[in-house]
Every structure is written in C-alpha cells, then in structure tokens.
Design a protein around this ligand. Sequence first.
Ligand code: NAD
Ligand code: UGA
Length: 434
Amino acid sequence: MKITVLGAGYVGLVSAACFAEFGVETVCVDPNAEKIAALLRGEIPIYEPGLDELVARNVRNGHLSFAASMVPAIHDSDAVFIAVGTPTRRGDGHADLSYVYAAAQEIAANLARYTVVVTKSTVPVGTGREIARLIRAANPEAAFDVCSNPEFLREGSAIEDFMRPDRVVIGCESARAASVMTALYRPLYLMETPMVVTGLETAELTKYAANAFLATKITFINEIADLCEKVGADVQAVAKGMGLDGRIGRKFLHAGPGYGGSCFPKDTLALARTAQDQGAPIRLVETTIDINARRKKRMAERIIAACADNVRGKTIAILGVTFKPNTDDMRDSVSLDIIPALQEAGAIIQAYDPVGMKEAAKLLSRVSWSADAYAALTGADAVAILTEWNEFRAMDLTKIKSVMKQPIMIDLRNIYKPEEMRTAGFVYQSIGRV
Ligand code: NAD
Ligand code: UGA
C-alpha cells in the first residue's frame, strides 16, 4: 500500500516512520524546506527517542521518503494523512484550522484516483465533513472519502504508543474507506489491538474527550495535593491508594506544577469553545482550564516563598525546561510561566535541560544556560526541578550541597523523598507532601 503523510512534525514524522515500518510505502511531505532538507540529509528535526534509527532504517529499505510537495506522491496513494498543526486560534480559543484547510485545498487540486483523506491532526467536530465539502467544491470529479483517525501518542514515547496503542479509532462512513484503513493498520489488528470504527463526529469528539479527561484527572490530583499539604497527607500515597482501584487506574495521577505541552492546553480550550458554541458547555473542562492556568502561575510564588519571600539578586538554578522529559518540545511548558516570573521578581536564572535548551533559548531571555546540571547549581541560592528527566533523579546530594550557596530545593515533580532530603541537610519542598 502507498500513503502520503502531510506534516513532518511530532505526529506526521512519527506516523510516517511507523507506517513505513509496517511495510507501507510512505512519503512524508512538509512545506518547510529546511525541515525536508534536514530529513533528506538524515537529520531528525525533533528529539524523540528511537526516531532516528526508525527513520534511517525505513529510508534505507525504501519504505520511507521525504518531499516538499505532495505531487507526485499523492497521485498513486491509497490514503493521504493530514498531520499538520492545529494550534489555538488567536483571540477566541478555537482550534486554528487554517493549515488543515490549506492542506485539504491542495489535496483537492491533486487527487488523481480513489483516495482516502484522513485527518490525523486533532480537529474539532465537523472538520471532516467540512474537508469533504471543500474537496467536492474544488474538484467535483474527485473520488475520495474522508476519514477521522485521531492520534493518541505521547511525546517521549511516541513510537511505542503508535506501535502498541491501547486502541485505534477510525471514523468513516464508507466500507471502501474502512477497508483501506484496516489494511493500513493490519499489523495492529493482528496483535488484537481494539479498533473502534465509528462515525466522523464520534471519532473527532473521542480525541478531545480523551485529552480533556486526562487533563482533568491530573488537575484533580493537583488539587488533592494542595489539600495534602494543608492536612499533612502524602499525595503520592493517596494517588496509589486511589489508583489501585481498577475503576480509577494509577496512570496520570502524578501531582505536579500543572499540565503543559502542545496538546492538553489547546485541546481543552478548543473543546470548551465547541461545547459553548453548541449550547452544551462542559463546566468541568472550563474549570480544569482555569485551575491549571492559575496553578502554573502560582508555581513561581512557591519558589519565591522557599527563598524567604525574596529572590532579588539571588541565583535560582532551574533543572528541566521542556514540558515533560524525553522531548525538546517547549510548547506551553510551565518553565515559560515560572522563569519570567522569577526574573520579574529580580532572580538571576541558571538553567539546564538535557535536550531542550536550543528551543528554550528562542523563547526565554536573560537565562544563563549551563553545560550540565551541576554547572547550573554552582553558586545557586536555590534549585527548582521543573521536569523529571531521569538524569535528575539520582544526583549526588553531597556534590549538590558543595556547589550550591544554600541547599534549598523546590522539587515540583516529587522525584526525591522529603525525609531523605532533610536528612541530607536540604531545605526541601515538593508537591502534596510535607
Ligand atoms: P507540529 O507543529 O510539530 O508539526 C506540524 C507540521 O505540519 C509542521 O512541520 C508544518 O510545517 C507542517 N505543515 C503545515 N502545513 C502543511 C501542509 N499544507 N502540508 C504538509 N505539512 C504542513 O505539530 P504536531 O505536534 O505534530 O501536531 C500535529 C497535529 O497532531 C495537531 O493537530 C496535534 O494536536 C495532533 N497531535 C499531536 C500530538 C503530539 O504529541 N504532538 C499527539 C497527538 C495528536
Ligand atoms: C498527551 C496525551 O497523553 C496523548 O495521549 C495525546 O495524544 C497527546 O497529548 C496529544 O493529543 O497531543 P503529551 O502532551 O505528549 O501527550 O504528554 P503527556 O505525557 O500526556 O503529558 C502532558 C502534560 O501533563 C505534561 O506537562 C506532564 O508533565 C503532565 N502530567 C502528565 C502530569 O502533570 N501528571 C501526570 O500524571 C501526567
């Protein structure tokens, strides 16, 4: 089978490489000429564990190639996947569908045989039907079906998530399109991965409902963490005690500084807007958005409070700036709230992140970027851990104390144990534990 994937970002590139690994002849297209040139040189424009080998192997065996234009690949593709960005539209919180619709127009102009047009991007309810309308209007002769196939991968574990998903959701209303989609996902079907084949609107909404539920679950445990601090309880033990109930589940109950990333913030907002427009507001999601935004802003205050309410002229070391470990993605990272707020309060920032510093330097100013974690800690009055990279989990506490001016640690990811840190002589604060 042959496919074209539009978009060489986190989802497009990973999906293209994984379909190629399934044996599908895949062309990954992106109008960003620099990105395509890098890929043609064998360089991967994003950090995603394992992606470099996967891409290299499939380029070598001829299953995967890259192009700056969808022509001619689309002419003999069984399916074309739209995996372009759907960021928040300025001003109203809705998803910005301009990239999706531009891709649809381009597809319409180039369809040459029956092709399934698949939205892998996260798109609001109604988008699939609008894409079908656009293509039909621009090219009345075109033979195509539109299908929604939302993606549930996480950055940092994207390949594993794509190759071994909990489920595949396919929204389509034609048997012909469904048979193309099931053929593409045949390796997963053989592994007995559940396939939810449903209508377009249902598939589109399923994606937003899943992300909003996970964002709400995190927000719930974050609020329980705040209460734990007041009453002397331990949020990690509470999460374990709750999560062992099979109806609740242990995943996504790690209290922290508030969720970030390229998807939960924008998708919760877009879902809330769609629901308001439809006259069926989802107050729970609206509240989650509000609580999370406030929480992210409050984190800097915690750090300042741990420094005797004054960071003016003090050096604060920051460990981790990406929104989660194992990615270089800075979109909606809590560091973008915390670092400017600390600077505003007069702090000098020394920061280190294993892979995110290049991206972060484009978004944060007046930060002194360090070569490693200990260099960031050298001469610091306090350290704040913002991202739970593995290399921060087992640092040498004696060495940390010897290089810092004062051993104050604010651990927003709960990677150390309060008793252990106090015994080691640290002033230690974490989330939901005293
Ligand atoms: P991204 O910003 O990393 O990449 C988008 C890419 O699309 C860019 O390289 C851009 O140049 C390219 N593009 C724009 N217009 C194009 C066109 N007409 N033809 C071909 N390429 C075009 O975005 P992303 O993080 O990969 O997200 C893509 C979509 O997938 C979004 O809707 C997002 O919500 C969804 N999603 C993302 C993740 C994730 O973990 N990042 C997971 C699941 C779903
Ligand atoms: C998330 C979803 O997990 C994916 O299923 C989905 O496909 C993707 O969004 C998307 O639609 O783009 P991702 O944003 O890559 O994936 O990362 P997550 O692991 O979900 O983390 C998101 C944020 O929540 C991070 O800031 C993380 O630190 C935070 N988080 C996560 C917590 O604070 N606690 C948790 O228990 C889990």
